[in-house]
Design a protein. Structure first.
Lengths: 203, 344
């Protein structure tokens, strides 16, 4: 799933747990991007996702003795750490998205420092729209279904890896995927009229 | 049939994956924090052979030689090595690390410099860089370990580090050139009181139980895991707070304020043009949040009732916490043009 060069995650993690700075740095370089993108999809907030990415790795460092590898990848476990970190914040934030209403505009302002070229901002607007659509599509699902979709469809984990990230059995992942699909199928037959308007808010 | 593929077909496609912005900066910050742990463990560790690092080390060696070749003339021409007689200055004798020399006041910073100051000599720290970023990390160290990295073209920045009246003061200044900045990283005793200021750069402070005052003009302030009194003042930048348990005051003119995991009894958050979001994990006694143009969203535990005073001129107000007038828990939330949300 993750193309790796050099030593595998297991070797790096072992070295990191023994106190090896560089090994932990290498793990950060390898997984920062997928963790950041996971946080971005979950929060739809560029600056928050950026801040939280480093926080996830710090939390992972503190819990480095508890790592669970999926084959030779630490990514599912790291996403699990990210998910736990978001859980409290996400509960509140997801309810706030509508109230705040300006998530899209905020994100652009947050990233439009003097060094940000215009095309980056335009790119962010595009991404914002896609993120909003994505959120709207799965917004009506219960959290346990949203999470399994987030991990399996968007973060690209397989069912085994998602089970590690969620801390549940593979069977549970399978049944949640199945139910999520049923839910979505019936939701899509009767599309929610607010979804479209929702995704345009703040743009 | 693979259920994942089936789901992928019916769901909208996500935006393309993006690189983490400022990845190197985040990595440096992370490893600084991790480094505090590493020092404690190093004594027990048997270094494992790291053959895979050999190419990287070779590259680094080449780069180091190149950097030395460039900076050595500058070093030779700058006043260095002579030890000052003043006991107030941090001299080489104070540094446990071999070769670490504290910058004499007014010396030019031509390359990365690391030094340390024993914690017995100070209980307050004042850091000020006009241009560049500041990272302060609290740990159990018995000394302040400081690293200063210049980035400049033309004249080198000026750096000084000295102890006066129990305050360790580290100052960096750039001459007129715009292409000049100094990044400072300090690992300090967790009980220290810290003042950290930068005009242009970000200020990050984490892991302290002393009082913290942080300010920036255009950079971001990121203050996390602090249990003392916290004061954050910014002009154009955002303020991010997380894991603050002491009383907190944060203000910014154009930036927004995002606070999460707050266990502060008192919080005063104000912005002119930005949004204010605050999530409390412990019911606060007194919260004041005000902004002119932005939205205010406050989330508090529903375990108690609140005296909520919310007002907005143009926006919507949505209050969904248990309320009772005269409660010991008071929330004042105002926005002139934005919306105000107080939820449980």
């Amino acid at each position: 799933m993750v193309t790796t060069t050099g030593p595998g995650d297991a070797a790096l993690w072992q070295a990191a747990a023994a106190g090896d700075h560089d090994a932990f740095g290498a793990l950060f370089d390898r997984h920062a991007k997928p963790v950041y993108n996971f946080l971005l999809r979950r929060t739809t907030d560029w600056s928050l996702a950026e801040d939280l990415t480093a926080a996830v790795f710090l939390q992972a460092w503190r819990r480095r003795d508890q790592v669970v590898l999926d084959g030779d990848s630490a990514l599912p476990w790291l996403l699990g750490v990210a998910r736990l970190m978001l859980r409290n914040a996400a509960r509140s934030r997801s309810r706030y998205q509508a109230a705040l209403g300006r998530a899209g505009a905020n994100a652009v302002i947050a990233g439009s420092g003097p060094s940000d070229p215009a095309d980056v901002v335009v790119g962010r607007l595009d991404s914002e729209r896609q993120l909003a659509e994505l959120r709207a599509a799965i917004a009506g699902l219960p959290t346990r279904h949203r999470e399994v979709i987030e991990l399996c469809v968007y973060a690209g984990l397989d069912q085994q890896a998602a089970a590690i990230a969620l801390g549940v059995s593979v069977g549970t992942v399978k049944s949640r995927l199945h139910r999520a699909r049923q839910r979505l199928a019936s939701d899509l037959r009767t599309p929610h009229p607010r979804s479209a308007a929702h995704s345009m808010e703040g743009l | 049939v693979n259920p994942i593929d089936e789901l992928a077909r019916v769901l909208p496609s996500p935006p393309a994956s993006r690189e983490l912005p400022r990845q190197q900066q985040h990595k440096t910050e992370l490893l600084t924090i991790v480094g505090a742990d590493r020092r404690r463990r190093r004594a027990r560790r048997k270094p494992a052979p790291r053959r895979w690092l050999a190419p990287a080390m070779a590259g680094a060696a080449v780069a180091a030689v190149a950097i030395l070749a460039v900076t050595v003339p500058g070093l030779l021409s700058s006043p260095s090595g002579s030890r000052s007689g003043s006991s107030a200055q941090t001299g080489p004798s104070a540094a446990p690390t071999a070769g670490a020399t504290a910058p004499r006041p007014g010396s030019r910073l031509t390359r990365t410099l690391s030094w340390s100051v024993p914690a017995t000599r100070f209980d307050r720290i004042a850091v000020d860089v006009a241009r560049g970023s500041v990272i302060v990390v609290g740990g159990s160290a018995s000394a302040a370990a400081i690293t200063a990295t210049p980035d400049y073209a033309g004249q080198a920045p000026v750096l000084s580090s000295r102890v006066e009246g129990g305050t360790l003061a580290v100052l960096a200044r750039c001459p007129r050139e715009p292409d000049c900045q100094v990044s400072l990283t300090l690992r300090v005793p967790a009980g220290a009181q810290v003042q950290a200021a930068s005009d242009l750069g970000d200020v990050r402070v984490t892991g302290l139980h002393g009082d913290v005052t942080a300010s920036s003009q255009r950079g971001r302030l990121v203050l996390t895991d602090l249990s003392g009194r916290v004061s954050a003042t910014d002009a154009l930048g955002d303020v991010t707070l997380a894991g603050i348990t002491g009383p907190v005051t944060a203000q910014t003119a154009e930036g927004s304020i995002k606070a999460s995991g707050l266990a502060a009894a008192q919080a005063s958050l104000s912005s002119q043009d930005g949004d204010i979001t605050a999530v409390f994990v412990v019911a606060p006694a007194q919260v004041t949040a005000s902004t002119r143009l932005g939205d205010v969203a406050i989330r508090v535990p529903s375990t108690v009732t609140y005296d909520v005073i919310a007002s907005t001129q143009l926006g919507n107000t949505a209050i969904s916490v248990p309320r009772s007038a005269g409660s010991r828990h008071v929330i004042k939330a105002t926005s002139q043009l934005g919306s105000v949300t107080v939820a449980g």
